[in-house]
Write a protein that binds this ligand. Sequence first.
Ligand code: ADP
Ligand code: MG
Length: 387
Amino acid sequence: MDIEFVRSRFIKHFDGKTGNIYASPGRINLIGEHTDYNGGFVFPGAVDKGIMAEMRPNGTESTIRAYSIDLKDRVDFDFHDGQGPRASWARYIYGITLEMEKLGVPVKGFNIAFAGDVPLGAGMSSSAAMESCFACGLNDLFGDNKVSKWDMVLAGQATEHNYCGVNCGIMDQFASVFGQAGKLMRLDCRSREFEYFPFDPKGYKLVLLNSCVKHELAGSPYNDRRNSCENVVKHIAAKHPEGTFETLRDCTWEQLEEVRAEVGEEDYKRAHFVLGEKDRVLAVCDALVAGDYETVGKKMYETHEGLSKEYEVSCEELDFLNDIAKECGVTGSRIMGGGFGGCTINLVKDEMYEPFIKTACQKYYEKYGKAPKVYDVVISDGSRKIC
Ligand code: ADP
Ligand code: MG
């Protein structure tokens, strides 16, 4: 993203003055899928694609003048009028402003222009990038940077819940705020403790392939999966009154086997995936510390297999992309995100990158009449003031 470009728009659309520039990234998740609501781990990192905003107090009490550079849309609103703007992109500004105010930041009116290069809805969380970028700016301009990083994460999440109608977890905002170049983060979704792990795959590239499908499924597959997991926990807890079992995080492989017959094959399979995923995240941590990217890749394939066969949240297109990766000798490949569409994330040796992308695009096009979108990502820094 280009500072001069954002600045030129800010100057043009407001009163000619410059402000401060802030940036915040989107994110990937290397491994740890459907683990958040099971009390497990996720393993995200910030990427080199994000949102950049120029912001400046405008001397008013509570008027926000906002310009979306990408959408070429200008919205002015009063953030104390009890309604806020209608435009969905401006709801993020409205929401984060009120949430930062709740945290004690004495926000006044400001001008803002912003642009981004996180592909929308591709699973890299452009919305969290926006929230954390604006939170970082408001904290700096009005709050003496007194709001902690965690509070900014929670303010971003609250923005989605309270103003945008999205009932999300905390991984996306966490990754955007806490990200560091060359590091992934293992976040414990239960305790919110986290640890940085080196991710510096020399000789490899990380690339996302967007299947460009999102299957609308009848029924509620997410709730079904959650219910299966909860059911298994309930049965294990009943057998072990001596223990505390809140989520599958608390359950062992042996305990799962004990209840296999009572819970039935479907619930068993779902829980089997979750326990496997917990182990895989930990195995990936060890592999990263050892710089063993071949093992990282192997675990990614195992996750894909589990998501596809046990958790059953893949789809034909994602399995197809995963098969091509395997055929091309790609080190690791899996569905990224909840499933039923979206991207695969691939760890590819430099020398295999071009043939893989070429083959994947060609074969996917032949089969589905469109090429997957290709996003190279580099693990980069989190929210920050640029100047
Ligand atoms: P994602 O998975 O990328 O977070 P969401 O649906 O949660 O997808 O958020 C996408 C929304 O965020 C868009 O509909 C838009 O309102 C807003 N948004 C994201 N990036 C931009 C941008 N560069 N300019 C304006 N609005 C954006
Ligand atoms: Mg989002």
